[in-house]
Write a protein that binds this ligand. Structure first.
Ligand code: HEM
Length: 236
């Protein structure tokens, strides 16, 4: 009995030690990043329905609340998804912060001559992209989910809420900037994810880069098009 308990404790400690190692944290970032990547692509696919009109879009939003019925009750599956996303965001951010601080601590003085010859713009700006996106998501939830910062917010009418929000030029510009920042972040993140899990090599790297580019570009095109279409009066 005591033996079994000790063995259980040892494996828990082993798992925690593995997570705390830099490679453990990188794997955690790859796994949580993959979950978040899947979410943003699905979310943009869902957002495309705004072009099909108010009824279609609002019906889709209602569907999200009924996913899994009758097994799940109203909003139950949605809440499960929200909890998984929240855990993924926390773990992704925490691991990124620890890895960044460890990297800085291992080189406290910095390079005398700092030339990022090999590092791309995307890889150098990962932490900043992440911070912009975190601020954006916080604002976005207050804007289109709770309506706290959207004076015209009507519960159950996401189509009108979206138009009311994007009709203000500064808000539309903020969305465009955040979507572009997330696009750059995704581009580098998807590629790094495959490096971390060790699925790499000169040939397959080109495939990952291509996949990362195409999906990040599709995300940016859809995400930028919606605020622009509202301002241009195409969606009204
Ligand atoms: C132009 C770009 C975007 C548009 C038009 C948009 C639109 C929307 C709308 C209309 C909702 C409310 C849906 C509903 O209540 O049924 C929503 C919720 C949400 N959006 Fe976005 N979104 C955009 C970008 C993003 C991005 C880039 C992220 C994440 C990085 C994101 C994350 C979320 C989350 C987490 C929710 C809350 C879902 C929930 O728990 O109910 N959105 N979005």
């Amino acid at each position: 009995m005591i033996e079994a308990q000790l063995a259980g404790k040892r494996s828990q400690i082993g798992l925690l030690a593995l997570y705390r190692s830099t490679i453990g944290m990188k794997v955690a970032m790859a796994v949580t990043g993959f979950i978040l990547y899947g979410f943003v692509l699905m979310h943009m696919w869902g957002n495309l329905k705004v072009y099909a009109g108010r009824e279609y879009f609002n019906h889709y939003s209602e569907f999200l609340r009924e996913v899994g019925a009758p097994f799940f009750g109203h909003e139950q599956a949605l809440w499960l998804i929200r909890i998984v996303l929240l855990l993924a965001v926390v773990l992704h951010f925490y691991s990124a912060a620890v890895i960044t601080l460890r990297n800085r601590a291992s080189r406290p003085v910095g390079y005398a001559v700092k030339k990022d010859l090999a590092a791309s713009f995307a890889s150098r700006t990962m932490i900043w992209g992440g911070i912009i996106v975190a601020f954006f998501v916080f604002y976005h939830l207050l804007d289109l989910t709770t309506g706290t910062v959207n004076p015209a917010f009507k519960a159950g009418d996401p189509y009108d809420n979206l138009i009311a929000s994007f009709s203000a030029v500064p808000v539309a510009v903020f969305y465009v900037v955040a979507v572009a920042a997330l696009g750059v972040h995704l581009f580098h993140g998807v590629w790094s994810m495959f490096q971390t899990v060790g699925w790499n090599g000169p040939r397959i790297d080109r495939v990952w880069r291509g996949l990362a580019f195409v999906t990040a570009a599709a995300f940016v095109v859809v995400g930028v098009s919606i605020p622009v279409a509202v301002l241009a009066g195409v969606i009204k």
